[in-house]
Design a protein around this ligand. Sequence first.
Ligand code: 26V
Length: 813
Amino acid sequence: MFNNKELFKSAFKEQLVSRLGKDIEEATAGDIYKILGTLIREFIGREWAETNRSYMDQQEKQVYYFSMEFLIGRLLGNNLLNLGMLRTVREGLADLGWNLEEIEEQEPDAGLGNGGLGRLAACFLDSLASLGYAGHGCGIRYRFGLFEQKIIDGHQVELPDDWLQKSNVWEERRADKRVEVRFWGQVEVAEKDGKTQFNTVNYEKVWAVPYDVPVIGYGDSQVNTLRLWSAESAMDPARMGLEVQNSYYKFLEYNRSVESISEFLYPDDSGYEGKILRLKQQYFLCSAGLQSVLRTFDKLELPYSELPNKVAIHINDTHPTLVIPELMRILVDDKGLGWDEAWDITTQTVSYTNHTLLSEALEKWPVNMVRELLPRVYMIIEEINKRFCGMLLDRFPDGQDLVSKVAIVESDQVKMAHLAIVGSYSVNGVAELHTELLKTNVMKPFYDLFPDRFNNKTNGITHRRWLIHANPELSNVISETIGTWWMKRPHQLLGLETFKEDSALREKIMKIKRSNKLRLAEFIRQKQGVMVDPDSIFDVQVKRLHAYKRQLMNILHVMYLYNDIKDHPSVDRVPRTFIFAAKAAPGYYLAKSIIKLINVVANTVNKDPQVNSKLKVLFLENYSVSLAEKIIPAADVSEQISTAGKEASGTGNMKFMMNGALTIGTLDGANVEMHQMLGDDNMFLFGLTSEEVLNYYKNGEYIAKDVYQKDPRIKRVMDQLVSPGPFCCHEREFNLIYQSILEHNDEFFVLKDFDSYANTHDTIDQVYLNTPEWATKTIVNIAHAGHFSSDCTINRYAANIWDIRPVRPSLHV
Ligand code: 26V
């Protein structure tokens, strides 16, 4: 049906009538989307069931990727691509008078993640399925995803992301697979047959109901599962005793508290409020996910000692760390294993990825909270801690200092990263520099204790979504040049290097970039009414808003350019369009005032006739996966400018590179590896190195005020933040920003790196004027981007961490 246009059209029309009672003439775009999605979902049903059956029959080892976030975005286009149906469907719909891209726009983004960590999980699922691995996702079906951002009067305003308002065509509710999750209660200890038994009483029971989303691999591969859990009431109103006073209100209260568990995704640094709810979410995911994993394993009728040979549980950052004590609880309390055996099994089953070095982002939970919410789990954490510290003191009798550094429970807090490291067999960082810094700094005592446990797995992105789907014209030109094999073997993009000076290819590539820029310009015109020049440099910084990512440095530099143009109006310049998009956590005031500043600068710059033919600034609201797919193919310059040592990896950097943008960046995260491949000629590096940054922190020799005093460009823009002028001011609007730099001594070295950043931008202008040279650099970037395909990353996880092989080896790279 899907590879014959006529068959597709008739099946489609028939479905439209039978499901919606509508003819094609009456159908809305929403109807078309719904019918198309349903058709595909039903079409892959058999393959999905067969995949699961074959995993069981072959007793495949299966990987479960536990993550609090899966930022999957829209699925229609990607599913069609992976199924090889894009062309038939596009042409069939066109015959029926519809444009596929317009239909794709009907799908709400599944925004079940904050940023890179959640998007990485989604890219990994795509690679696992496409490479033929038995690997699934395990997450939460948040009723509301990350908030929808509106910009009102330059300020970020948060609205609920009601992504499930219309039915979700991809998911399958599996009520029969629900499991029970327990909170609160007291632990009773009893002796039975010479064994101590732990029994939790007076607990609150909640149902975890799975919603399964098929993860369709590219080409002739299998269909894996993303299982998302939803919390439902486990109280039966029919059996509520009327003898209990106020029982009806208790019921309502209980229902409300259950629903809140899977109600919304936390913005990453939302502060302390609602912390217990976040802990509840984490345990809910771990307990429900583990029960379903073990139920599948139990069907094999193997002893638990076989678990590590049949199951790998991977935890995406520390958020699902409770799988460790929860697995111990199940093995010891429910299955009756001894502690040591259970511990061996657990630590051979769980592996952990660390995604940040920032100490404020390392999770810690107050002991009281964990003990009250999860009394038995807390006892197990204490026991793990006791045994671990005991082992250390046996090995290092004078090791009190060491113990206080590495203990899991310390100063009335449970340190999740410590628990994750102690309770797993593999700990990986997400870029070479990040892993080095983990080993030598943040987690050094653990590295000294368990050197073999630490390894690096540099992040990757799926080239299917980020190149083939997001930039079809570029993909076509690549295929015309080197054939189509790169789609299955992204490393083969390297073949493009041979053509880096081929003038025909250079021209084609620049033409495609221009047409992508035109498309984005039209989008901007429609959304904001601002006209942007497609021949200006599109300079883009899109990512979460965090001080360490230094959107502030970028906008201060724009302010400086504005001043410079006003001072020297007759000087010729390469026109630039600076594009920003970013969400700030709702309680992160500094980040929110940086958003406001960008909008104020945009307003001033874009309105000023003396400036706006040379400089434009745009802040695009509500950054999301689908917006990224529009912006990234149109970028000339990619801003990856975090303070060195702070960005664990970055994945946006890879997406831009794959789409032929040139990077201005620091030697941070995966930029370092990009630079190793590209060399100085094909990337614009600037700023302090991570070593220099660390030294400044140690010796305290960086004084932001000195830089402010010495550099008149900097002094001027800083003063413009707090005094009346083109960018200010309403009641010292930008005081917070000003203080963070001058009073708190510029923690992220914005002023220190400013000069080098500005100079590098001047270099970019010069290089851009030489179009053939720019085109060559673009080609070299695309050629090396295959290295950052998540297919390569997943192959390394599979071989070095999970010890799994593809079920269909022909697809293995
Ligand atoms: C969380 C917080 C919370 C408290 C305030 C500061 C702060 C800063 C960062 C974070 C994020 C923690 C985890 C995370 O999302 N890491 C990101 O993971 C990506 C995938 O590995 C990686 O590319 C990004 O560099 C990394 O920031």
